[in-house]
Structures are given as C-alpha cells and as structure tokens.
Design a protein around this ligand. Sequence first.
Ligand code: IPM
Ligand code: MG
Length: 370
Amino acid sequence: MKSNRKVLMLPGDGIGPEVMNETKKVINWFDKRREVGFDLDEGLVGGASYDKHKTPLTDEVMDKAFNSDGVLFGAVGGPTYDNLPFSEKPERGLLRLRKELGLFANLRPAIVFDALADASSLKKEIVSGLDIMILRELTGGIYFGEPRGINELPDGSKVGINTEVYSTNEIRRVGDVAFELASKRRGLVHSVEKANVMESGLFWRQEMQKLYEEKYEDLKLEHMYADNCAMQLVRDPHQFDVIVTTNLFGDLLSDISAQLTGSLGMLPSASLGIVNEYGIRKSLFEPVHGSAPDISGQGKANPIAMILSFSMMLRYSLDRIEDANLVEQAVTKALEDGLRTADIMQPGKTLISTEQMGAEICNRLDQLSV
Ligand code: IPM
Ligand code: MG
C-alpha cells in the first residue's frame, strides 16, 4: 500500500495561488504515477487570511502546519495591506510559521540552467554553469531580536529599534547544516558577516571557526564580510559553493544570487527545522519570489520556482531523491524546448502562460517516465 504524505498548501496572495495551482498538477501527477502518495490540505495565509479572519495566520492553520509532513507556501503581501499595524501585516504570517515551526535553516540554491544562461543581466561567461547554495539563518538575528519597537523618548522624540543577536547554539546548528551541505558538494563554505563593525558578527565568525576546527577540517572554510560578498557575487560568483550567513544578510544576498540566474521566478527555497526525538524535522518550501501584485491574475507568473520548491520537498523532507531529480529534469526539458513565461522570455522562444507551463512540465514528466 502507498504511504501517503500530508502536505499543507498555503497559496497566500498575489501570484501565490496561480503558481500553487500549477504545482498541484505536478503533485497530482506524482500521486497517480509514482510510489509516493499525497494527502493535500489547504489553508489561508497573509492578506487572504487577514481578509477573512483579521489575522495573517489563524491558530487553526498553525496547527495544520504542525501536523503536516511539509508545508508548501506561495507568497504573501500586497499594496492593500501596506498600512496595517505590524502585527497584522501579511508577512507576519510567514514569520510566525518560520519561528513556531523552528525553521532555522533556509536553503536558497541559485542554479543557472544552460537554456537560460543569457537571460541573466550579467554576462553569460560570468554566470553559465553556476550552482551555489545560500544558507540563510532564518529564526534569529535582527528579524526577531529584542528589544524592538518604535519608542517615544522623554523629550517627545522617537527612536526605532531592532536588535541583532546570535547565540552559540544558533550559530552552530546552522553551521552544521552548511558543512553537511558542502560535504556533498564542492567542500567549500563561506561564512558571511560584518565582523569588522558588529560584535554579533565577530562572535558569529569565532563560533564558525571553532565549529570548523572541531568537526570539519577536511572541508574548507573562508570568512567574508557581507558587503564584499555582495560585490564578489556579481564579480565572480563561481568562487562560491555554500554561503552561510545571518537572517538579514541572507535576505539581501539571496536576492542578488537570484538575479544571477536570470529571474526570481526560477528560485525555490527550503526551510528546515531541527530533527526531533522521532527523527522528524519540520519543513516549509517556498519560492524566493514574492506575491508580485503587478502581474497577478494575468497568467504571466512563472510557476517554476514553486514547482522546484516541491522538488526540494521531495529531496530534503520526503527523501525521494529520484522523484526530485525527475521534477528538475522535466523543468530543464521544458526550458530546452524553448518554452518561456514572460519573465524569462527571449527572442525566438515560445511565450506561454502560467497554466501552460504547469501543463507542459507535466507532459515532460510523462515523456521522461515512460
Ligand atoms: C524573503 C522575504 C521575507 C523576508 C518577507 C516576505 C518577510 O523577503 O523570504 O526573502 O524578509 O524574509
Ligand atoms: Mg527577501
């Protein structure tokens, strides 16, 4: 009998539902055609949840997330919600999921598909064949540090405060993931911070170095300042293998690395938690792109980042490596066949809609699995 995996889909706002629909086609394909089966459930998050429940994430959906084998997340946010108080903003729904599921390790691979090497705004020779992994710490640092707030001073003026804070444990656990990833890749880790100006950065550097000397001296560790890393990423990205960094720097650097690949619409991500006493780790998979309200509802969105996020779920959470490879091959084939959504359109290629891309990737799955 097939053992079914419980997957919670949270499409969210903007293009989230559109790209999720196409991913559902791919999941249904696997459900029908491969050994692994899926029980799909769905919930509201972000603005969609706020519209109905006046909160970006209900406790009920949070519980469903806890009880699933993995969460697939679309995107949240949009101009209608810009003026909401902080605690009600769509983004808080995502941040609550990350924090309460304990998803401290955010894997953001940047891979340049051969068929898209000239879609990047950088020269082809700089990006072609690129395969790097940005590992972003996701539940600590300035995103969650206390104190925080906008406070009034006795003289009536105001200050805005956020706090960058990292503990030994937080640094070591994400460091372990970085070295483990590197050991299965090219063996090189760049640890990125601002040790020249921030105590928390210096501490990050010291702890990473200690961890390396204790356990991973067969690999290679380099330390780099975040500003230099941003420059090196656009100058010579091939020098990197795994980059491990803080929550905020990871947010910035992963957007840069996304652009190296030609389009944000191509980039998936995986967020992984600690392994509990039953050997299970919580996980959430989402495209790096946002809700893109300017193109939503027009069939222009690229569903590939969301579909590749499902393939990361197969790889990192469900241990279905062959199935994950199959999804990636189907995407590669669709690109090689010249199929393009608007964001990656090039002269001489065939422009197709979001829905067509989902269907065409399923066709390629059919072709590849005969
Ligand atoms: C990301 C996004 C989020 C972040 C927002 C939507 C909260 O930019 O996942 O990179 O800042 O982490
Ligand atoms: Mg971001």
